[in-house]
Design a protein around this ligand. Structure first.
Ligand SMILES: [Mg+2]
Length: 194
């Protein structure tokens, strides 16, 4: 069987609105209006889809692991309405300045660390070359670059701010900068057709 390629997606500010800080419960979770359709397009292109999300609110005692799971249940239900699905969601509850043990540590799972990438690779054994990372922060771009992925910065969420603040001093330059997740999906379709 041919190995598949993968798309790693950041969550907050990439798939869903991230304008009000930490998302504590499913009622505060809302997909961007185009996100379901964009992910369905990526499914049609036969990519494996992984979400990789830093959720340091657990370490910081803002919400619990169960809250993240409830939010992800809602995300999966919302995406299903668009015929979209995610193969696996990875999240990192860690932060070294947190107060909740055992999550108050500097952990490789926290982007730009590659812990979540390594877990996905071990379990799914995809082709790294021509796989993608899409996110709204430079931590996402650094994660993708270190992993050998093609990187796309979206300007939604924190993307616009990060782009203007860090475009000159960033260590990792994104391969592409696009308006949003739908633009990213269209770009990938275009590249596939070339
Ligand atoms: Mg984000």
């Amino acid at each position: 069987m041919d190995l598949k390629k993968a798309v790693f997606l950041d969550r907050d500010g990439t798939i869903n609105w991230d304008e009000n800080g930490y998302i504590n419960n499913p009622d505060d979770f809302h997909l961007y209006p185009y996100a379901g359709k964009a992910i369905a397009e990526l499914n049609k292109m036969d990519f494996l889809i992984f979400v990789v999300t830093n959720q340091s609110g657990v370490a910081r005692d803002i919400y619990k692991i169960q809250d993240i799971e409830a939010i992800h249940d809602k995300m999966n239900i919302c995406l299903k309405e668009f015929g979209a699905h995610i193969d696996e969601i990875f999240f990192s509850p860690y932060h070294k300045h947190g107060k909740i043990t055992p999550y108050n540590v500097d952990h490789e799972d926290r982007k730009p660390g590659l812990g979540m990438f390594k877990k996905a690779l071990k379990k799914y054994n995809f082709i790294i070359k021509n796989s993608f990372m899409i996110g709204d922060r430079y931590a996402d771009i650094a994660f993708g670059k270190k992993a050998g992925l093609t990187t796309i910065l979206v300007l939604t969420g924190n993307g616009e701010k990060e782009f203007f603040q860090k475009r000159n001093d960033r260590e990792y330059k994104p391969d592409f900068v696009v308006k949003n997740l739908m633009s990213a999906a269209k770009l990938m379709q275009w590249m596939k057709d070339k």
